[in-house]
Ligand binder design. Structure first.
Ligand code: 4NP
Length: 151
């Protein structure tokens, strides 16, 4: 199973999502391949935002090895599941999908937690540290559900 997390810049939400899923899978001994990407290339090559790194460290997860990259159309072939962080990322991915098979791989990550009041993981980039903590808890819940589906 190969899972790709996608947001806008690939320095806040999607590397956090990748880190949470990778951490849970390792802890439970579940084989899952994880990666993340952004729909824009503005931050390509950069490590995660320092606030994302700090929030993850506070929860015992190190994502300092991750580097941003832009989503590419070949990712539709490469991955089994592509999880969009928000509605805008989802729409961008659907618009890039070359066929129905590609479209079927794309889901909004919060679809995994239907009872959660928010359908999109809010972009924390222009806010404060509290936004990152909120994002972490949303991703933590979503990745628990995904792990349940994978095992
Ligand atoms: P992300 O956050 O999509 O969660 O990585 C953002 C990072 C950078 C920008 C926007 C959102 N930006 O405009 O540069």
């Amino acid at each position: 199973m190969k899972v790709l997390m996608v947001c806008l810049g690939n320095i806040c939400r999607s590397p956090m999502a990748e880190g949470v899923l990778r951490h849970k899978a390792r802890e439970l001994g579940i084989r899952v391949n994880t990666d993340s990407a952004g729909t824009i290339d503005h931050h390509a090559g950069e490590p995660p935002d320092r606030r994302a790194l700090a929030t993850m460290v506070a929860h015992g997860i190190d994502i300092s090895d991750l580097r941003a990259r832009q989503f590419r159309v070949s990712d539709f072939r490469e991955f089994d599941l592509i999880l969009a962080m928000d509605a805008s990322n989802h729409a961008d991915l659907m618009a890039m999908a070359p066929d129905q098979e590609a479209k079927r791989k794309v889901r909004a990550i919060m679809e995994l937690v239907p009872e959660h009041p928010e359908r999109s993981v809010p972009d924390p980039y222009f806010g404060g540290d509290a936004g990152f903590e909120h994002v972490f808890h949303m991703l933590d819940r979503a990745c628990d559900r995904l792990i349940d589906e994978l095992r």
